[in-house]
Design a binder for this molecule. Structure first.
Ligand SMILES: CC(C)(COP(=O)(O)OP(=O)(O)OC[C@H]1O[C@@H](n2cnc3c(N)ncnc32)[C@H](O)[C@@H]1OP(=O)(O)O)[C@@H](O)C(=O)NCCC(=O)NCCS
Length: 245
């Protein structure tokens, strides 16, 4: 197998209306991550093939997509990708009885200088497949036109116990990312951050909130369902293709 010397730079692939971002997978420079920059619809078969060609040309030996809906998956399945992770998709209306905030958890805006400790929390909380690096954190923050990036602490001096990124696009809210340090889990920090995000979405008139999580992440599913989310079928999937290099 060819060994990569240097990590390839992130780039944007454009063809007609379609745009895909190609960058190294966090912690695995030999795997490329393809992110749909025009989500909600299927890209053309031509850009799916062009992405495979570009990734092979950059020396990636494997290509993975971000989490895709059924319709978004179609051109990639036709191009030879296969499912590698299944995600549950959950939604709740915002108007109906938002839970009360928990005043014992201190939540404040995340600053640029919080990013290293946010990434440390993220990497401790998630299994390697789902861990973010700096680029991934930036992508999560840029994924929607409006965002709320918060850290939670037990007191002002302690390191962040957890963080959340929420996003809004028109009437739709998204819980983009949520992670709590393993030693701080089970104390209501995750719920407090989700409620903070939902209340922000409500203030700006969002009608629905959406979140996804790996189907096997029973802890997160329980938390979201306790806070009024319901699973929507079908869910999402991450697709993968070996490029044979
Ligand atoms: C999923 C995750 C965000 C939950 O965060 P958390 O802070 O542990 O969540 P909470 O403490 O609010 O709720 C978890 C449980 O603790 C219980 N709990 C809440 N407050 C509590 C308190 N003060 N004392 C004891 N238990 C408490 C809740 O009842 C809940 O119980 P349940 O498991 O029966 O539902 C966290 O486990 C995590 O970061 N996991 C890894 C990353 C991840 O999965 N992220 C989200 C999916 S993409």
């Amino acid at each position: 197998m060819m060994r990569r010397q240097r990590e390839p730079a992130a780039e944007t692939l454009r063809l007609g209306q379609d745009r895909l971002r190609l960058r190294p997978w966090a912690g695995d420079a030999g795997t490329g991550l393809l992110i749909l920059l025009t989500p909600g619809a299927a890209v053309s078969d031509s850009i799916a093939s062009a992405a495979i060609e570009a990734a092979a040309g950059r020396g990636y030996h494997r290509l993975r997509t971000s989490a895709l809906s059924g319709i978004e998956s179609e051109p990639f399945i036709r191009a030879g990708f296969e499912p590698c992770q299944v995600l549950a998709l959950l939604s709740r209306p915002i108007a109906n009885g938002l839970p009360k905030p928990n005043s014992s958890v201190a939540i404040r805006r995340a600053r640029r200088r919080d990013r290293p400790s946010v990434l440390a929390v993220d990497n401790a909380a998630f299994e390697p497949f789902w861990q973010l690096d700096e680029d991934g954190l930036r992508d999560a923050l840029r994924a929607t036109p409006f965002r709320r990036f918060r850290v939670a602490r037990h007191d002002a001096d302690s390191a962040p116990a957890g963080y959340a990124i929420s996003g809004r696009s028109g009437p739709t809210g998204y819980l983009q990312r949520l992670a709590i340090s393993p030693s701080q889990q089970g104390q209501g920090v995750g719920a407090a951050l989700v409620i903070d995000g939902l209340r922000w979405m409500a203030r700006w008139g969002a009608a629905h909130a959406w979140v996804n999580t790996p189907q096997h992440n029973t802890g997160a599913l329980r938390l979201y369902e306790r806070l009024g989310f319901e699973q929507v079928s079908p869910g999402l999937q991450v697709l993968e293709m070996n490029l044979g290099q």
